[in-house]
Design a protein around this ligand. Structure first.
Ligand SMILES: Cc1ncc(C[n+]2csc(CCOP(=O)(O)OP(=O)(O)O)c2C)c(N)n1
Ligand code: SF4
Ligand SMILES: [Mg+2]
Length: 288
């Protein structure tokens, strides 16, 4: 895809948080095209399966290339694209169910390799597309269609998970503020390595957390959301860990390590040193 498919008729529910993430991605893409002078076709979006993954079909205006693959496998697909065409900017769009449940096993290996892609995760604490089952980020005890007696597992802590697994750029955002989110996505795209932009993007139909996140003075609900202070040292892993422990919803860049080589740079280095082999030599190498 680099043209919008007029026959794809998926629609988000009115008020879905994913509208704000879509706007943020559109803004981030516009910024990127201005910054780099490259065409929209220099970008590829790899989507997970879920309401969130449908974002790849719903972008307004010029379209990047898009791959709507299979459930939980955005990272292997993104790795394939990046290895074949390292010059492309690869962005993943997926949900908490897709990325942190069936897809969770891929995060550690790609963090260790420092795959140079930017993953934007829309976390609504539920499987929205399949009508409201619990996901890894659903709170313990919550009653859903798949947990009629309350969820038995504690909720995953995605930011802590990314930090522990060695992701080299971690940002946290909210779909209710697309401009701020776009800035975080741009920073993630510009980072040379694996970047995670984890977004709270409420599902108004099955788990509406908008009021909890933004707060409501009349109802006496304190906002969960807070801005990461400017003096936070994003290069300090212990400071990043301490910041995540403060709970609530921090907005900003939590951690960034620019000292590591990205996987595509490492592969380029190896290729540049390797001598050319003929087809016969390559086949002979397998002969016992
Ligand atoms: C292999 C496989 N297992 C299960 C499904 C069913 N399925 C489709 S989307 C989904 C979960 C989506 O949740 P999430 O990623 O949080 O996306 P949301 O709809 O909440 O944005 C599941 C279980 C599937 N499509 N493929
Ligand atoms: S079910 Fe939830 S996540 Fe899916 S479109 Fe509706 S509000 Fe959005
Ligand atoms: Mg979800």
């Amino acid at each position: 895809m680099s043209r919008k498919n007029p026959e794809y008729d998926f629609k988000w529910c009115p008020g879905c948080g994913d509208f704000g993430v879509r706007r943020a991605l559109e803004l981030a893409m516009i910024n990127r095209l201005e910054e780099t002078g490259l065409p929209m076709e220099s970008n590829v979006m790899v989507a997970g399966i879920g309401c969130s993954g449908n974002l790849v079909h719903l972008l307004e205006g010029p379209q990047p290339y898009g791959i709507h693959g299979i459930h939980g496998r955005t990272l292997p697909i993104a790795m394939g694209v990046k290895m074949a065409r390292p010059e492309l900017n690869v962005v993943i769009v997926a949900g908490d169910g897709d990325f942190l449940s069936i897809g969770a096993e891929h995060i550690g290996p790609q963090a260790a390799r420092n795959l140079n892609v930017c993953a934007v995760i829309m976390d609504n604490g539920v499987y929205g597309l399949t009508k409201g089952q619990s996901s890894p980020t659903t709170k313990e005890g919550t009653i859903t269609s798949s947990t009629p007696f309350g969820k038995m597992e504690i909720a995953a802590d995605p930011l802590e998970l990314y930090l522990t697994l060695g992701v080299s750029f971690i940002a946290s955002g909210f779909s209710g503020n697309p401009r701020r989110l776009a800035e975080l996505i741009n920073q993630g795209m510009n980072h040379k390595g694996f970047s995670m932009v984890h977004v709270q993007s409420p599902c108004v139909t099955y788990n509406d957390t908008f009021q909890l996140i933004k707060g409501n003075a009349k109802e006496g609900i304190e906002p969960m959301i807070w801005d990461i202070p400017e003096d936070h040292d994003r290069t300090d892993k212990a400071a990043a860990h301490a910041l995540i422990q403060k709970r609530g919803l921090p907005v900003g860049v939590i951690y960034q390590d620019d000292s590591r080589l990205s996987l595509d740079d490492r592969v380029q280095q190896i290729w540049s040193k390797d001598r050319q082999h003929s087809v016969d030599q390559l086949i002979d190498a397998y002969a016992i």
